[in-house]
Design a protein around this ligand. Structure first.
Ligand SMILES: [Mn+2]
Length: 429
């Protein structure tokens, strides 16, 4: 696998290593004054990982257009190579989440070996019954798992079971199910019957789940169904996951909520119920914008992580969230966006680890709102950059991964091998 020459990473790091050690030491002193052991935080941050979605390494788009970049990956092996580069430099993304049928290949054991060679493993499998594929007998235009026609539902169930079968060959342990099913007109769909059909279909998928797998149900408020979506919010997702059984949990994509919804509160509710599957991280200003994680509302991301770290701290039952980035890179090099977004998520995890939990607990009991909120802000306002740099350096990554990536000329190199693709319509990925 043609990734980046380690000697280039070492040469780039040499220029900065002295500063990193100095800054890290200084941060350690600052944290020690707050009774925080930087080494404990560092070990926890070093163990943090967020999965890369295979489709994320291609340039995204909107429903108006897609403007491809140079050296777009041609197939799943190219995608894995790009993911390996992201992990090589950033060291926060040890796993890849595949999407079937986009990542279909003829030899899954070869793919597994390629992943291992690139230092990667496979995270959750993602099924696709929201678009039609070439040669597919029945259309999903009017739904898939909830379609009124039983034959379409059967086809969609069979596809999900195939995703599980492929995932077993790759060492995956979860299936993520997101459907676009719903309606665009009032009256078009019988709400309760559509939900019943969803339960009936997902029960068949659930029955095919290996004992050590989980099934992640992903909700989304709207799009492509713009009037009503079958699994539109965490409530519907929770009802379905509860009906299915303990292996079914609710996945929170940060962009799949109405504006101003208190997502951290939803996260707390799902943790309390033992039903939090994990996250698709991204950011937004208006809707499901699929912007880079933490690029618009870093404090909101922090408040989500505050709930996660609190649950970890309090050893909440059944708490084992899976983390993935799910964003669309329309104007940036996807590799750069994914490296920086993973670092942003990692940074937020580190900041949430700095919250003084005992002091917060005391402030809450004393009804001291100002102190309580100040404790969160103090953690959020701490610059943990030296800690992240040190974690990357120790793991063999790049202190400044974006600068190293640009210095490597990787994109230009792969552009020579990978023919340019045309732009055009149909950009949503
Ligand atoms: Mn998602």
């Amino acid at each position: 696998m043609k990734t980046i020459d380690p000697s280039l990473i070492a040469a780039q790091n040499d220029k900065l290593a002295r500063h990193v050690h100095h800054d890290y030491e200084h941060l350690g002193e600052q944290l020690a004054r707050r009774n925080i052991d930087i080494e404990t935080v560092r070990a926890r941050v070093a163990a943090f990982g967020v999965a890369i979605p295979s489709w994320g390494v291609g340039t995204g788009g909107t429903r108006f257009a897609r403007f491809p970049g140079q050296g777009e990956p041609r197939h799943v092996f190219d995608k894995l190579q790009d993911c390996a580069v992201i992990q090589q430099l950033g060291r926060a993304t040890p796993t890849v989440s595949l999407h079937i049928p986009w990542d279909r290949c003829s030899d899954w054991s070869e793919l597994r070996q390629a992943a291992e060679a690139g230092g990667l493993a496979f995270d959750a499998m993602n099924s696709n019954t929201f678009s039609d594929q070439p040669g597919q007998p029945l259309s999903y235009k009017f739904g898939s798992l909830t379609h009124v026609d039983a034959a379409v539902r059967e086809q969609a169930v069979a596809h999900n079971l195939e995703c599980i079968a492929i995932g077993r060959k790759l060492g995956s342990k979860a299936l993520t199910v997101w459907i676009g099913d719903g309606s665009n007109f009032p009256g078009q769909q019988h709400f309760r019957r559509a939900f019943d059909r969803y339960l009936d279909s997902t029960r068949q998928i659930y029955a095919g789940l290996p004992g050590d797998w989980r099934m992640f149900l992903e909700h989304k408020i709207c799009e492509p169904a713009f009037y009503a979506t079958v699994i539109q919010d965490w409530g519907s997702s929770f009802l379905a996951a509860s009906a299915l059984g303990p292996q079914a949990q609710c996945l929170v994509d940060l962009g799949h909520h109405a504006p101003n919804v208190n997502i951290e509160l939803i996260v707390a509710r799902l943790i309390a119920a033992g039903k939090l599957a994990g996250f698709h991280f991204n950011d937004s200003k208006y809707g499901d914008d699929d912007l880079d994680a933490g690029s618009v509302s870093p404090y909101r991301l922090f408040l989500v992580f505050n709930e996660l770290i609190a649950a970890e701290h309090e050893q909440a039952t059944g708490f084992d969230p899976a983390y993935m980035l799910d964003q669309s890179h329309n104007v940036t090099d996807p590799i750069e966006s994914l490296i920086s977004s993973a670092a942003q998520v990692q940074r937020t995890c580190a900041q949430a680890l700095l919250v003084d939990r005992a002091a917060l607990d005391a402030a809450q009991h004393a009804n001291d709102a100002l102190t309580a909120t100040g404790l969160l802000q103090k953690a959020f306002q701490t610059d943990v950059t030296p800690l992240l740099q040190r974690v990357r350096l120790d793991a063999g990554g790049a202190i400044d991964p974006i600068a190293t990536y640009r210095a490597s000329g990787y994109r230009q190199r792969v552009a020579e091998e990978r023919p340019a693709v045309k732009g055009g319509s149909g950009g949503i990925v």
